[in-house]
Design a protein around this ligand. Sequence first.
Ligand SMILES: NC(=O)c1ccc[n+]([C@@H]2O[C@H](COP(=O)([O-])OP(=O)(O)OC[C@H]3O[C@@H](n4cnc5c(N)ncnc54)[C@H](O)[C@@H]3O)[C@@H](O)[C@H]2O)c1
Length: 388
Amino acid sequence: MAEVKKERLNIAILGHRFMGRAHSNGWAQTTKFFDPAFEPVLKVACGRDEADLRAFAGRWGWEEIETDWRRVIERDDIDAVDISLPTFLHAETAIAAAEAGKHVFCEKPFAIDLAEAEAMLAAAEKAGVVHYLNHNYRRCPAVVLARRLIDAGEIGEIHHWRGAYQQSWLVNPDHPIDWKLRKATAAAGPLWDLGSHAIDLAHYLVGDIDAIGCRMKNFITERPLADAPGKRGEVEVECAALMTTEFANGALGSIETTRYATGRRNRHTFEIYGGEGALAWDMEDMNRLQFFSQKDPEHARGFRDILATERCHDYVKNWWPPGHIIGYEHGFVHAAADFLDAVAAKRAGAAENPITPDFRDGVRIARVLDAALVSAGSESRFVAVAKG
Ligand SMILES: NC(=O)c1ccc[n+]([C@@H]2O[C@H](COP(=O)([O-])OP(=O)(O)OC[C@H]3O[C@@H](n4cnc5c(N)ncnc54)[C@H](O)[C@@H]3O)[C@@H](O)[C@H]2O)c1
């Protein structure tokens, strides 16, 4: 049978390190395992370090390289821009890309502040382009299963959300200050970086957050400077944040984000407790969802451990037979496939942006983060315990 050639969509990627690699793999694998509406063409990769960039492009199959992102966005032959840059560059690049009519695939945290987030959404909506914000954990089959169980009423009315995103890399006092530890480039510390993921999952699984209280802490305030060997500087962002949340539907929640959880390398977890049941998930064991149901006979009640690798679980039938688990990088392949389909839906006349999470979710998350920062800066909302 003759091969049916797909229409091609030219992608440009900005950034070529951690996320540059994860996204390149996503684009490269998508048509191997899924059947998206377009064949993505890895057209041009952009970064600052030309030698590294050339090696990256060669390894991943990007056709061309460019060191100035503006020149990439100006090109007529680019259909979509993938923003895998540090957070402070998201707004400028996303707005320029949208204004140039490019569809935008953007990494999180969405923006440096709420004003930037709103400007990004306005630009994307005005331009009528597809906009996607890469909170990749929404595309883990076990997380989608949690949403399906909630939607089916299996856990009843939700009372509690407990989210935590814990890493440990700042426990090392020699870890240098890079863009992630500066306010101007990262906005905040784990509150922004990890908290945006936790808040996105809270929005996805529980609903809107109405109010938030936040306490932030710095344990090591001075570190070596990554860009000035031998010199030290002040850490400008918090190292850990603890939040309490009230949801619009009445649920009560907590969110913990830290880079000081010794031994926890990338522990992203949630627990959800409802009137009829409960759910729990841990990124470091991401194929499994724990589910407790009050409907089970009393003598057999307990958390069951669902391995979300059956063909009925979202995305799974395109991969391996049941029990053959998938990993972190698969969420990026799912996002790439969904993004390509969203571009097709948009071209076919979809009125709404046909993919989530999107820039609207980015603004929703930015509002919560903004409120958390206000709370953290307000000592009066923390009550000192009387001394004995
Ligand atoms: N979704 C996730 O799981 C996840 C994980 C890690 C990071 N992120 C996010 O992805 C984004 C990128 O993070 P990272 O860890 O890949 O960062 P990184 O520091 O590893 O890489 C940044 C890249 O941006 C390039 N760059 C920086 N300034 C540039 C400029 N002016 N012009 C062109 N290129 C420039 C650098 O050359 C580098 O390739 C951040 O927003 C981060 O929060 C998301």
